[in-house]
Design a protein around this ligand. Structure first.
Ligand code: IPE
Length: 262
């Protein structure tokens, strides 16, 4: 059974300063992941004694990728066929991916990159294909695969953005994840009084309170997240960095999103 964890781009970067990592936040996230896998130690097969066995990490862009995507007019639906645009957006995301990997490795986590541009595509109906055989095999071999929001080939559009949230949803389904966590800058989905909504069962429950994201976000903000998570078989948790360790140790902090598929 697998756990899919998304580290929101705005958690691990300073979202208002272009291409700036939030070092302390990334350190905390990496330490929480390492602690949850304590006993793992090696990166070549063998299980772990920690609470989290098979863990896939997906990170977003925050101040990486989104500004480039905006500059090139690229969204999850609108593409570019300019190779410079592809390289600018993908390059920003792989730069952030290297930072994330570095911090995880520094904590002893056997983290290795998986870049969606090299494997995924959308067809002319925008249907996503994201192969996961390599992710499954990396897990079985004791690694922690680290994917990231990216640009991917899109028939008739050039490339479009594949958000980390879409990756989480796809991985959760294909890997039959039993736990899905989205670590965000807020402690959960907030109601009109800024209190955490503990459980969401349909989009109508929260349509009134879900606004857009403040900074440039080409892939939907909290509303997009909730929609993606409602479609999953597994219940998903939305929480902040303070609650990451709790989630990884088996609790359900923040908001639990349970779609009809449950
Ligand atoms: C960013 O991924 C993808 C690109 C802009 C290329 P996300 O959309 O998942 O990033 P965050 O977590 O919302 O920042």
């Amino acid at each position: 059974m697998a756990t899919v964890l998304k580290l929101g781009g705005s958690v691990v970067t300073e979202k208002d300063r272009d291409e700036t990592v939030d070092g302390p936040a990334l350190d905390r996230a990496a330490a929480a992941v390492a602690a949850a896998r304590s006993g793992a130690g090696t990166n070549g097969g063998g299980g772990t004694n920690g609470a989290v066995d098979d863990l896939v990490v997906v990170h977003g862009g925050g101040s990486f990728g989104h500004p480039n995507a905006a500059e090139w007019g690229v969204t999850t639906e609108e593409g570019t066929d300019d190779a410079d645009g592809v390289l600018a957006i993908h390059g920003a995301m792989t730069t952030l991916n290297k930072f994330v990997l570095r911090r995880l490795r520094d904590e002893g986590v056997p983290a290795v990159p998986v870049h969606p541009l090299s494997t995924a595509h959308r067809d002319a109906d925008a249907e996503l294909t994201l192969p996961t055989g390599q992710v499954r095999t990396l897990l079985d071999e004791g690694f922690v695969p680290v994917l990231h929001g990216d640009v991917i080939a899109h028939a008739g559009e050039g490339v479009t953005v594949l958000s980390g949230d879409e990756i989480v949803a796809e991985l959760a389904d294909q890997l039959r994840a039993d736990r899905v966590g989205v670590c965000s800058t807020v402690p959960g989905v907030l109601d009109a009084d800024d209190a955490v909504i503990s459980e969401i069962g349909s989009f109508e429950d929260v349509a009134d309170v879900l606004g857009g994201s403040d900074a440039t976000d080409v892939s939907g903000g909290m509303a997009g997240k909730v929609r993606e998570l409602l479609a999953l078989d597994a219940p998903a948790s939305i929480f902040d960095l303070d609650a990451l360790s709790a989630f990884l140790s088996g609790e359900r902090p923040g908001t639990t999103v349970r779609g009809d598929a449950d």
